[in-house]
Design a protein around this ligand. Structure first.
Ligand code: SF4
Length: 407
């Protein structure tokens, strides 16, 4: 039974960190140093917006009453939690007030499914329409789309939001059935396809694209299966981003042990190879069980498996070849190629100034014909410390999402 609760009380519940099992790139803690003193509070989350910028968002549920039984979710229909719900006018007013106080600059609106997906989606759309059409809010809005809602609602969502998400939740239909018995791939994939169709039809809309999420570690899926599905989503549906949410048991329901932060981190690293480094799924290194290497990041592991590609002469290598070198990213590779037109690189310090992680990259490079590494490329154990210094620090901090990004 829902008891009366004021908007502040509702915000405490519906904007709480654990209100919904969503890895959407927002975080309470991932704000840059210059924003550490910025006001926080219920529902205020921060999203990296590129270029070092960080945007505070109201990340909130329309309601936490849900008729579904996703087994990884803290508000599924079987859980004993305090339930409440915003009315569209009430939520729009709450957002407006928080914005006026400088607490938030954008909105991420999701919801539990109450009285069917259509009714829930209608209330979310009305909220966003109030903000966009009546209040003339032109800032960032991310809207969740739920399986089961009518097709014309998707068109409304795409017209109103900067970003939409339909969560695929699992790497394959069988895994989905195990962790979310009331969800079906046949209901999820067509929604994603419809969003893609609308994107192609109206290229000016949805400037921050479509994203999705997979829960990892709950159903016994391998990293290989997870990343194969991601590659398909990137290729077929131009998905802007796939988020990987490491499974954590809720209220004693143990589908599996908690997923490690390291696994989640390795998936994000491999995902970056697919999206930004020109790797194809077939090139990502997995062990015989389909797991990413634990002791090395996937790019360094790939490089060690391909000694025939290295060492690479910095002064002649193409942009694409440089991207394959551990310690060189897209920005530093671009800088190297641009500066090479006017100079010859002879010193690691010159590369370091361009952003190259030289301790790692030196093992794979020639600088004007000279090799400056330790020639131990074939000796994997001795390379691990040099090539993957982040691994140890991971065990100190267990971040929920290590690579947050807004667009
Ligand atoms: S649909 Fe599933 S994940 Fe979403 S709120 Fe309901 S139980 Fe949770």
């Amino acid at each position: 039974m829902l008891r009366y609760m004021d908007s502040e009380g509702k915000l405490e519940i519906l904007g709480g960190y654990d209100a919904l099992y969503d890895a959407d790139g927002t975080s309470r803690s991932a704000r840059p140093p210059q924003m550490r003193q910025a006001p926080g509070g219920a529902g205020v989350f921060y999203a990296a917006a590129g270029g070092g910028r960080c945007v505070p968002l109201l990340r909130v549920l329309m309601n936490n009453v849900c008729e579904n039984d996703c087994r990884y979710c803290s508000i599924n229909c079987h859980r004993q939690v305090r339930r409440t719900s915003f009315q569209p006018e009430e939520l729009a007013k709450t957002f407006k007030q928080m914005r006026a106080r400088g607490l938030v600059r954008g909105l991420f609106l999701s919801s539990g499914v109450a009285c069917g997906a259509a009714k829930t989606a209608e209330r979310m759309l009305i909220t966003v329409e109030i903000l966009r059409l009546r209040e003339q809010f032109s800032g960032y809005i991310h809207l969740k789309i739920m399986p089961g809602q009518p097709a014309d609602y998707i068109e409304r969502a795409v017209a109103l939001a900067d970003r939409v998400s339909v969560n695929i939740e699992a790497a394959a239909p069988g895994y989905l059935a195990r962790i979310a018995p009331s969800k079906r791939y046949e209901a999820i994939i067509p929604l994603m396809e419809e969003v893609r169709r609308l994107q192609q039809r109206y290229p000016g809309l949805l400037r921050a694209g479509q994203i999705t999420q997979m829960v990892v570690g709950a159903a016994g899926e391998s990293d290989r299966e997870v990343l194969q599905t991601s590659q398909n989503l990137y290729d077929r549906l131009a998905m802007r981003r796939v988020y990987y949410s490491g499974y954590q048991p809720v209220y004693g329901e143990e589908l599996a042990p908690p997923a490690s932060a390291l696994r989640q981190h390795r998936l994000y690293q491999a995902d970056w190879l697919l999206r930004f480094y020109g790797f194809r799924f077939g090139e990502v290194p997995f062990d015989e069980w389909g797991s990413l290497p634990a002791d090395l990041d996937p790019k360094a592991a790939w490089a060690l498996l391909h000694p025939e590609r290295f060492p690479l002469e910095v002064n002649r290598a193409s942009y694409e070849q440089l991207l394959r070198v551990p310690g060189i990213g897209p920005v530093s590779a671009r800088r190297i190629v641009a500066l090479r037109a006017t100079c010859t690189f002879r010193d690691l310090k010159e590369l370091s100034r361009l952003g190259v992680a030289t301790k790692r990259a030196r093992q794979f490079l020639l600088l004007d014909g000279r090799y400056l590494g330790n020639r131990a490329l074939a000796d994997r154990p001795t390379m691990v410390q040099d090539l993957d210094p982040i691994q140890l620090s991971l065990w100190d901090a267990q971040p929920r999402c290590l690579t947050p990004a807004l667009a």
